[in-house]
Design a protein around this ligand. Structure first.
Ligand code: SF4
Ligand code: SF4
Length: 470
């Protein structure tokens, strides 16, 4: 007996997930192939976006990657601008701007991102799903193939599918690694024995495995149970947000077309063909209203428009619309909420731009060497040891000089005469502060150190100097 899906029942759909049957098992979704205006333009856009996504790590400006999200070294390059760990506050600002932009966009236009640009949807619907249709056929053929025993046809089709899926997952895994560590490092990892770059090799295999799992089996579950953005829709959307919506005013009461025209006279435009449900990749019935599971993929719009054309009724029974535009017939885009988010966004952008403009080119961190107080030398001098981390955020090599501003106190860099920093590099070293013992007046004194670049003071750092009083 076929298992019931409680999610398609208009009385109970909010109490369950479309992909879980009433016995708790996964309800595998077999979305029917769709064609139409929106699907065509989503396909074109997906080519462009996938092209950009795959080209991203290869784009270099002056030999540097244009985009890099190196979480291991905490170095990020976003549109050519480099952010080091010391720039965390800038990244937090950038994230805040991103979140406010996403909220603003969602309040106004719903989940357009999910349906048109999210990499999960792009890969699932525009790459893996299309390949699946090509190998296993449309929804009914896939259902039949899965139900049949492991005969030659099933083994061949499943083997081809798994091989192609594994190859694409490997590609995506390498792509993600290229965004994380740079394309040159990925080339080095794949062209060396695994033991030479064990961590990188494990990363490549792990990412590829995750994508294989997600696109072969997990699929729409990533949007339904993992993605936080999807789960936040309930608090972001309001009655003026534009979403993929069913026009229940026009569509209800739904009824199949009868030969006798008078039987249809008091009925709505929905002919209850169920096609909008059959094409839905998350298995929901959009006629039940906005649901967390709807990724706004527009498949139901195309399916319904096709039906409307066939039954000679106006298209757009399912369309981009807001609750208010359907119920009251008017659409307000610039609501008070949208205006408030715009103001917050502009403020954040202004602060971010000013922070970027005033950011130091070279940053320095100085800490005392752990576990040491002072050392006394035979020549009557007393020293303290420090650690210094310098980051050159510019694209040119820089030579800097570290000086003490305290009278009679010298700086001795350990093992180096000059602090020469390569472009975009980090220098970690040690140095001594040296004072004549007979000039020591207190056990602990505050010392100002200054960094000079081309004779100009670019930073001042305060630290402590300890010494015995004799
Ligand atoms: S309800 Fe329509 S827009 Fe939403 S996920 Fe299903 S097919 Fe896509
Ligand atoms: S595709 Fe359109 S006509 Fe068919 S059931 Fe869905 S809303 Fe009704």
């Amino acid at each position: 007996m076929a298992k019931k899906n409680p999610h398609l029942n208009p009385e109970t759909f909010r109490d369950s997930l479309a992909t879980v049957l009433d016995d708790g098992k996964r309800n595998w979704v077999y979305p029917k192939k769709v064609k139409g205006f929106f699907y065509k333009y989503r396909t074109y856009l997906s080519w462009i976006l996938l092209g950009i996504l795959f080209a991203g790590p290869f784009i270099k400006v002056d030999g540097r990657p244009w985009l890099l999200f190196n979480i291991f070294e905490r170095k990020f390059i976003i549109f050519g601008a480099v952010f080091w760990p010391q720039d965390t506050y800038l990244l937090i600002f950038l994230l805040l701007i991103f979140f406010v932009f996403v909220i603003l966009f969602t309040v106004a236009f719903g989940r357009v991102w999910c349906g048109w640009a999210c990499p999960q949807t792009l890969f699932m619907e525009m790459v893996f799903r299309k390949i699946e249709y090509l190998i296993e056929g449309d929804a009914n053929q896939q259902r039949a193939l899965n139900a049949q025993p492991w005969n030659q046809e099933k083994i061949v089709k499943k083997s081809i599918k798994i091989t192609v899926f594994a190859f694409i997952s490997l590609l995506i895994g390498h792509l993600v690694m290229a965004y994380l560590v740079g394309v040159d490092s990925v080339v080095e990892i794949v062209s060396s024995p695994p033991t030479a770059h064990m961590a990188g090799f494990i990363g490549l295999i792990a990412f590829s495995g995750i994508f294989m799992f997600v696109f072969t089996w997990f699929r729409e579950q990533a949007c339904l149970v993992v993605c936080p953005y999807g789960r936040l829709q309930g608090v972001m959307l309001d009655n003026n947000s534009i979403n993929v919506m069913y026009d229940y005013v026009r569509g209800e009461p739904r009824a199949p077309i009868r030969k006798n025209a008078t039987e249809n006279a008091d009925k709505g435009d929905c002919v209850d063909c169920n096609l909008c449900v059959q094409v839905c990749p998350t298995g929901i019935d959009i006629r039940n209203g906005i649901q967390m599971e709807c990724v706004n993929c527009t498949a139901c719009i195309d399916a319904c428009d096709e039906v409307m054309v066939k039954v000679d009724r106006p298209i757009g029974l399912i369309r981009y619309a807001s609750e208010n535009s359907i119920k009251q017939g008017f659409q307000k885009l610039l609501t008070g909420r949208v205006k408030s988010y715009i103001v917050v966004l502009v403020l954040l952008l202004t602060v971010f731009v000013s922070l970027i403009a005033t950011r130091d080119d070279i940053s320095a961190t100085i800490t005392r060497f752990p576990g040491m107080t002072y050392q006394e030398r035979e020549d009557g001098k007393v020293t303290n040891l420090y650690q210094i981390t310098l980051i050159n955020k510019t694209f040119e090599p820089q030579e800097v000089e570290l000086k003490s501003l305290a009278e009679g106190m010298d700086v001795e860099i350990v093992g180096a005469q000059h602090l020469v920093l390569d472009a975009q590099s980090k220098f970690e070293g040690r140095f001594f502060l040296v004072r004549n013992q007979d000039e020591v007046k207190m056990n602990q004194e505050k010392v100002e150190l200054a960094l000079f670049y081309k004779g100009e003071k670019i930073d001042e750092i305060e630290t402590n100097f300890t010494a015995p009083i004799k």
